[in-house]
Every structure is written in C-alpha cells, then in structure tokens.
Ligand binder design. Structure first.
Ligand SMILES: Cc1cc2nc3c(=O)[nH]c(=O)nc-3n(C[C@H](O)[C@H](O)[C@H](O)COP(=O)(O)OP(=O)(O)OC[C@H]3O[C@@H](n4cnc5c(N)ncnc54)[C@H](O)[C@@H]3O)c2cc1C
Length: 512
C-alpha cells in the first residue's frame, strides 16, 4: 500500500496503447516523473489491430476533415524520419470506377492530398494505365485506368513498444500487466490503486492523471472521482483478413465499394496480403472477433477487383480491433470523426499545481499519436510547471537512427557484417529493431550462436532479447506483437514457442 515517503509522480498514465506510450515518452523527455500502467501487454488492445497505415486518410477529405488530414500528413513526414525501420513509404493504386467517384473528384482530392500536409519526401500522385502495366498487377483487365498516390505503412505494435522503451530510457516507470483499479483525489493529488496480474496491490500518488485507456476511456472515467464529462465514445469494430499474396508488386490497392466504403489490399510480411477493414458498431469491445459476414464482405469486395478469385479457405489469419471514436453524433460508423478530442477535469481555481487534473483522450489515430502527445502535454503544462519544452519532432525512436535513414542500406550493412546468417532472418531483424539489430545479434555470427530455431524467422536469442529487454512474457507477446513470426508458423511451432516462453518466465520468477 501507499507510503507517504514515496515521492509522487508528476504524471500517471492509464493505458499502454499508442497514445499512452507516446505521452509517456514525451513527458519523460521533458523531465517529468512518469508512471505508465498497462493492464495487459503494451499494444495489446486497439493499437495492434490497425490497418498499419501512417496516412492522411484520403477518404477523410470527403468528410471535410481537413485539419485531421493536414496534421496526419505532416506527422507522416516526421515518422518516416524518426522510425525509418518501422515506417515505410508505400504506393497506393486506386482503380478508377467512374460510377462511384468521377475522375475530376479524385484528381481534386489527390491534388489537395499531395499538398495539404506541407513538404513531403514522398512522390506526388499521378494517373496510370492499369491494364497490361505493373500498376494493375493482379487486377481484372476491365480496370483500365487508375491513380497512384503515396502514403506509408507501419509496424503498429512495435511503434507502441519503442515509445515505451524510449520513455523508460528517459526515466519513466513502465508497468505492464498492471491495472488501474481505482483513483481518487486527496489533498490536491491523485491517489491511484494499481493491481498486478499476480494479485499485488499498491497505491501511488500523482500530480496529474492521463486517461489513455482507449476503448475503456469512459469506463475509466466513470470509476474515478472526477466530474462527469460531456463526451461519449463510440465503439466501432474493424476487421481484417490475411491471404497469400495476391500480386508480386510492392504497391497496395485502395478499392471502392458500391456502399462508398473503401477497403485496402496491402502487401504484408512478404508472402501475404492484408485486406481490410470493416466498420461495425459494437457493445462488447473487450473481445472483438471477425464474423463470417465480415469475411464474406471483404472477400466479395476484393473479388470484384482481383483476377484470381479468393475463397474462404485462402484466409490464413484474421484480426479485429475496436476503434474508440469520439461520438460526434454521426450515425454512419464510417463517417464518425477519426479526429481526437481531449476532456480535462481539474479541481477548481486557476489552473496550477495542486489542481489534480485528469485528461481523457477520445478517438485518435496511430498516425497522429506524437502530435496528440504534444497537444495533451500543452493542456497539462499549467498544472505541471516543471515541464520542459517540446522535443519529439526531431528525435529518433529507439533503433530509428539508421545511417542516412535508409532501411535498405542498413539491411545491406547487416548482411555484410553477418554473412553466415540467412538474409531473411537479417531482414526481419532490420525491420523490427532497426539499428538495435546489432544489440540483438552482438557477436553471434552463425545460426548455431542464436540457439534454437523455432521457424518463421524466430530464434531463441530473439525470444530471450524481447523477454529481457522489451517486457515480453507470453507467446502472444512474442509471436504477434514484438514480432509477427507467428504468421508463417505451424501450430506445433507456435506451441514450441509457448513452452519456451513459459519455461523461461518460470525460471526468471524462481530467481526473483
Ligand atoms: C480496425 C482499425 C484500423 C485502424 N487503422 C488505422 C491505421 O491504419 N492508421 C492509423 O493511424 N490508425 C488506425 N486505427 C486507429 C488506431 O488504431 C487507434 O486510434 C489507436 O490505436 C488507439 O490507441 P489508444 O492508445 O488510444 O488505445 P489502445 O491501443 O486500445 O490502448 C489503450 C490501452 O489501455 C489499457 N487499459 C484500459 N483500461 C486500463 C486500466 N484500468 N488500467 C491499465 N490499463 C488499461 C488497455 O489494455 C489498452 O492497452 C485503426 C483502428 C482500428 C480499430
């Protein structure tokens, strides 16, 4: 329980998704003392189930979300620079369907999209012939023309993780598998109850509280001693399917459906295509699962465009996440704003120390997390006068300091340095860890040095690394969040990883 000798934290953050981790990193770098509590693993909720795009959101222009698109595109530039190993440029091809959206409208939208975010390192959009060209790879020949524009993709779960790693490196206390079960104000401070998954309960004090609980944001607010806020969250499920790669080229497709929704088909993990997403309002946001109707919807839409018909048995993996959207009163789930909204509640009087503010986050995108963190801290600054100036705009994330910011050149460097290791394994490590790949490998130059080979590009050495350095504990943490090595593995291979993780976790516990 609480000891009054323990100094209070400046900031206690509930939730280790992208927004909580991003705020923890920013705040720790500004000299604040920070505690981040995540009830599960980092990125275990919405932040690992995204479409994995760092994008402005071309379709948001149709909903006049110009502020969000401009901010997202500007953030895309920053993230391409700060995390070149995790954030990668990606070309998108939009097959033209005149009865759905006229060419003039698409040209106008793309003209704006190329410019609204300011300067970009990515190429501008252009029109293309699809039939018979590489831009139409895998499509039915009837799609004769289209448009190409640039955006980026990301490893969403690792982006969260690397923000948490940087937060820890800057002094933050990051506690995973630690649930905030209660919070109350006492003498101008927050007193927060934390319960670990082992059943240990403690209390900590904090000058300010951030409620970055994602889908649980309202639930959290309803269970702490704060004034009721005038905001609701809309839970909208989005699901994806993964199928064997539908074309060999590097670009993604953005496909228009007759219902005006769009669906992406994105090259994924070398051998697969990721197809999504859907928009389904849900009440149960804790355990989202794809339905057969969603699978059929995604397959049918893809099959409208693809030359080689996809069938149910092509689906090798599916996942679903729940968007915690700010309820702006719109009935169409696809049209609800994807922008973020803050609600701050503090004790009365002029904003200042001793007001015990709580800032709650509604909505948001992976893409805008860095700017969201800056804006959140700007709102909390009057309450935390020790806070230093903004700094994250030009600071690389862990592993992001690649020579020349060039991930391909870095991969070539790794191949030259570790010539006896398989190229696929090195590419996986370069993508996941960037410059930190050499920390994972050290002076281990052969497969024998890396311990057991579990398949899927995963070795015992990498599991040890993520369990020792990156808070991984279970097979799910390792196979689906720290890496995506679970995807090509057989069930038996995944079980072997689970046994290894369990054995290692037990041994660590016994030593403590
Ligand atoms: C299908 C889908 C596709 C998307 N695609 C994109 C995309 O391509 N690009 C993009 O930019 N954005 C995308 N998004 C949006 C983006 O994923 C979300 O906006 C973002 O991940 C939300 O992050 P968060 O940190 O707010 O929430 P979360 O990631 O859900 O994190 C909240 C965390 O709080 C924890 N928590 C809750 N209660 C407690 C408690 N009491 N104690 C401790 N911890 C607690 C939870 O366990 C959770 O880990 C997509 C979203 C979905 C669902």
């Amino acid at each position: 329980m609480i000891s009054t000798d323990t100094p209070p934290f400046d900031l206690i953050i509930v939730g280790g998704g992208i927004n909580g981790a991003g705020i923890a990193r920013d705040a720790a770098g500004r000299g604040l003392t920070v505690l981040l509590a995540e009830q599960d693993d980092l990125a275990a909720a919405t932040s690992q189930w995204s479409t994995k795009l760092i994008h402005g959101g071309l379709r948001y222009l149709e909903h006049f979300e110009f502020r969000l698109v401009a901010e997202s595109l500007a953030e895309r530039e920053i993230l391409l620079e700060e995390a070149p190993h995790l954030v990668e440029p990606l070309a998108f091809v939009l097959p033209h369907e005149p009865h759905l959206r006229p060419a003039w409208m698409i040209r106008m939208g793309l003209f704006l999209y190329d410019r609204i975010g300011g300067k970009t390192v990515l190429p501008k959009s252009f029109g293309v012939k699809l039939a018979g060209s590489r831009w139409g790879a895998g499509l039915r020949p009837q799609f004769a023309r289209g448009f190409v524009y640039a955006d980026a993709r990301v490893d969403d779960a690792r982006l969260v993780l690397e923000n948490a790693l940087d937060a820890r490196a800057r002094g933050a206390d990051v506690r995973v598998r630690t649930r905030v079960t209660a919070a109350r104000r006492d003498e101008g401070m927050w007193v927060v109850t934390l319960a670990t998954s082992d059943g240990v309960t403690t209390e900590v004090r904090g000058r300010a509280l951030v409620n970055a609980a994602g889908p649980w944001v309202k639930h959290m607010l309803d269970h702490i001693g704060a004034a009721p806020v005038n905001a609701q969250v809309r839970h909208v499920k989005g699901s994806h399917i993964v199928v064997p790669r539908v074309h060999p080229e590097e670009h993604a497709y953005i496909l228009q459906n007759a219902d005006k929704r769009i669906v992406f088909v994105i090259p994924y993990q070398d051998h697969y295509s990721l197809i999504g997403t859907t928009d389904v309002p849900v009440d149960d946001f804790e355990h989202p699962e794809i339905t057969e109707d969603e699978i059929t919807y995604l397959l049918e839409l893809a099959n409208t465009y693809l030359e080689k018909r996809l069938v149910r048995s092509d689906v090798v993996w599916t996942y679903s996440g729940v968007r915690p959207l700010y309820d702006d009163g719109t009935s169409d789930p696809s049209a609800i704003t994807r922008d973020y909204v803050f609600k701050v509640d503090a004790l009365g009087g002029a904003p200042g120390p001793g007001c015990a503010p709580v800032l709650s986050i509604f909505g948001g995108k992976i893409t805008t997390y860095r700017k969201l963190a800056e804006s959140a801290l700007a709102l909390l600054a009057p309450y935390l006068p020790a806070m230093k100036a903004e700094w994250t705009r030009t600071a690389a994330l862990p592993g992001g300091d690649l020579p020349g910011g060039d991930r391909n050149a870095w991969y070539a460097t790794l191949c030259a340095r570790y010539p006896a290791l398989p190229a696929d394994l090195l590419r996986g490590l370069a993508r996941r860890y960037g410059a930190r790949a050499v920390t994972v490998l050290g002076d281990r130059t052969t497969m024998g040095d890396l311990g057991r080979d579990f398949g899927g590009g995963l070795t015992a050495r990498e599991i040890d690394f993520v369990m020792d350095e990156e808070w991984a504990l279970t097979a799910d943490d390792v196979l689906w969040r720290r890496t995506k090595c679970g995807l090509p593995m057989s069930r038996a291979q995944r079980n072997a990883v689970a046994d290894y993780c369990a054995g290692r976790a037990l041994a660590t516990k016994a030593r403590q």
